[in-house]
Design a protein around this ligand. Structure first.
Ligand code: EPU
Length: 340
């Protein structure tokens, strides 16, 4: 299936629910459709290109005067198995949480802590999604796709994806150039649960102890208690990254603000909790017009209905300034901001 539209509303393609238009929008369900389309679309190289998945990590500040590509490739297929692992190839257009649910249903372990993260499978390695002590990079074998610069199809092993905290090669050298069409995951047959984060262990125990279904249920319950459902309240999850600072800076901050949560981040660095910093500046639950800060998680900006991309962006800038003035820490957006 292919679909080509002009002046296309992206409102249904971003979970913040922002009204913005794409000059051109192309959706495809088979990798082969993309080179064919590009070869027949005059001068596409002169246009800005945006690769859009589920739009769960995107803020459109204005209309996008370019070409949006939406790889809606379906499919979930086991490709290999050995004594300890199962490898599954999943199309970029599959819903992430449906895939987690599928793995949990098969008792295949690894990604159960990543339950209920919104978005599509194709974006998971781009953003290196993470939650409750697990990052998806630990379960990615290879990322397959199409390079629009060389017009080649190839796969990139996880070791070459330069995964970092909410980061990968797909946000740098290969940004808006390598279109992810499928991802091969390596899941564990013998599951080792990772329950060290926050109150996850207690939630799992309350349900009857270590069992992949209970872990998924517990993660879902914790997420639902803090994070708004994008179907009901527009949001893009954490709007900012948790800042990583050198240990010296963290120690000084802790002296000044003893209650500040600080986590070791390896390599002489520490991670701060952006949500805490924002809450301390008084933003939690703030609302102006239809743009706001979620009342249960200050790291999440929300659209109560008719906020524009500019409204959300301006709110984000005010929050950044406040946090910087109070703590000397620069918050970096976690969402991709377009058109600011
Ligand atoms: N906190 C506050 N006030 C707030 C929010 C948080 O004081 O309004 C404090 C909490 O009390 C806790 C600390 O900050 O001490 C961390 O909070 P939480 O466990 O809720 O997680 P987070 O650091 O705010 C990160 C990820 C989330 C992920 C959770 C759980 C980032 C940017 N965010 O949030 O990921 O679900 O941990 O692992 O790393 C996302 O990326 O979109 C996302 C939701």
């Amino acid at each position: 299936m292919i679909r080509f539209e002009e002046n296309f509303s992206l409102k249904a393609f971003n979970t913040l629910g922002i009204e913005a238009k794409a000059r051109y929008f192309f959706e495809f369900t088979e990798m082969e459709d993309l080179p064919y389309f590009l070869a027949n679309f005059p001068d596409w190289e002169k246009l800005p290109v945006l690769l859009l998945g589920g739009g769960s990590n995107m803020l459109f500040v204005s209309d996008f005067d370019g070409l949006v590509l939406h790889a809606n490739v379906p499919g979930v297929q086991q490709v290999k198995e050995d004594r300890n692992h199962v490898w599954i190839e999943v199309g970029a257009g599959e819903n992430w949480d449906r895939f987690v649910e599928y793995c949990v249903g098969q008792w295949l372990g690894g990604i159960e802590n990543l339950s209920l993260i919104p978005g599509n499978v194709g974006a998971a390695p781009v953003q290196n999604i993470g939650a409750y002590g697990v990052e998806v990079c630990d379960y990615v074998e290879t990322v397959k796709g199409f390079d629009m610069k060389t017009f080649e199809e190839y796969e990139i092993p996880a070791s070459e994806c330069r995964f970092g905290y909410r980061d990968s090669i797909f946000k740098h050298e290969l940004k808006n150039r390598f279109v992810v069409t499928s991802v091969v995951f390596r899941l564990d047959k013998f599951v080792e649960y990772k329950l060290g984060y926050g109150d996850l262990k207690a939630e799992v125990e309350r349900r009857g102890g270590e069992n992949i279904h209970f872990v998924r249920d517990a993660v879902i319950a914790i997420r639902e208690s803090k994070l708004p459902d994008p179907e009901k309240l527009g949001n893009a999850g954490s709007f900012f990254k948790n800042p990583v600072v050198v240990n010296d800076v963290a120690t000084k901050l802790k002296d000044g603000f003893p209650a500040m949560p600080i986590y070791p981040a390896g390599d002489g660095e520490s991670k701060l909790a952006a949500g805490w910093l924002i809450e301390q500046c008084g933003w939690k639950g703030f609302r102006e017009g239809d743009a706001g800060v979620h009342e249960k998680q200050a790291l999440v900006l929300v659209n109560y209905g008719k906020a524009s991309g500019k409204d959300i962006f301006e709110l984000a800038v005010r929050i950044q300034q406040d946090v910087f003035n109070r703590f000397g820490v620069q918050l970096e957006p976690e969402v991709n901001i377009l058109g600011a």
